[in-house]
Design a protein around this ligand. Structure first.
Ligand code: MN
Length: 245
């Protein structure tokens, strides 16, 4: 009589402790996952702060809908690539080839790139009154690489205008030199083994030339949007990135 009773108790104990462990596991697992999930950063200024160059409605939709969708898509893709959870976006980009499922890899590339690029974009913009100018060191490097600030602007405008379809124009630093380049869709110059080697480097400045970035206000006039963008560049932040190279 004693054995079954003991066994039953033990079974019951095992069952209870499993339940207890499960009950404890759930919140702790949820807590462990929390840092792995990316979240939409707040804009570093009010949505209307860049007017009249970039209008409030465009900023609200661009940040609150488009950028938010990239964050959601990135988190959904990471659910299918648990080995990349908890990693930074830079690490995800460099380890992306370890993801065997092509659709997950594509989602990480598009949504992870979208999250990185837009976070970078918001931080390199500022109200026109606070736009400032490149640091003397950055200006010297721009002049050394492109001849003059005007030549740099001309070259950047041309690259941004010519980017066919959706994508980004960039000022990057690569091998100690500054270069203008562009990427398609939400690719960026940090994506080794995804973008061509010629486009790889450390981004200092990036311009979103997707139609969603300008269509509400500028319609098809990408060139007008590009010209307006020069008035709202956060040169202090760009100079800080250059100094940190
Ligand atoms: Mn965008």
């Amino acid at each position: 009589m004693e054995m079954p009773h003991t066994r039953s108790n033990r079974r019951q104990f095992v069952k209870l402790s499993t339940l207890a462990a499960g009950a404890v596991m759930l919140p702790s697992r949820a807590m462990a996952q929390a840092p792995a999930a990316f979240s939409l950063p707040a804009l570093p200024y009010a949505a209307n702060a860049l007017e009249p160059h970039i209008d409030a409605r465009t900023m609200e939709i661009h940040h609150g809908k488009h950028h938010a969708a990239y964050v959601a898509g990135l988190n959904a893709a990471l659910e299918k690539a648990p080995q990349l959870k908890g990693k930074s976006l830079d690490e995800i980009f460099s380890d992306i080839t370890t993801v065997s499922d092509e659709s997950v890899r594509t989602a990480l590339r598009n949504h992870g790139g979208g999250h990185w690029n837009h976070t970078f974009f918001w931080n390199t913009l500022a109200p026109a009154a606070n736009s400032g100018a490149p640091s003397p060191e950055l200006l010297t490097a721009i002049e050394a690489s492109f001849g003059s600030m005007d030549d740099f602007k001309k070259g950047f405008n041309e690259t941004a205008t010519k980017r066919f379809g959706s994508g980004w124009a960039w000022l990057i630093s690569a091998n100690g030199k500054l270069r203008i380049t562009s990427t398609a869709n939400q690719d960026n110059p940090l994506m080794k083994s995804i973008v061509p080697d010629a486009d790889l480097g450390t981004p200092l400045l990036g311009l979103d030339v997707w139609e969603h970035a300008y269509y509400l206000h500028y319609q098809n006039r990408r060139a007008d949007y590009i010209n307006a963008w020069w008035s709202v560049i956060n040169w202090a932040e760009v100079s800080r990135k250059f100094a940190a190279l």
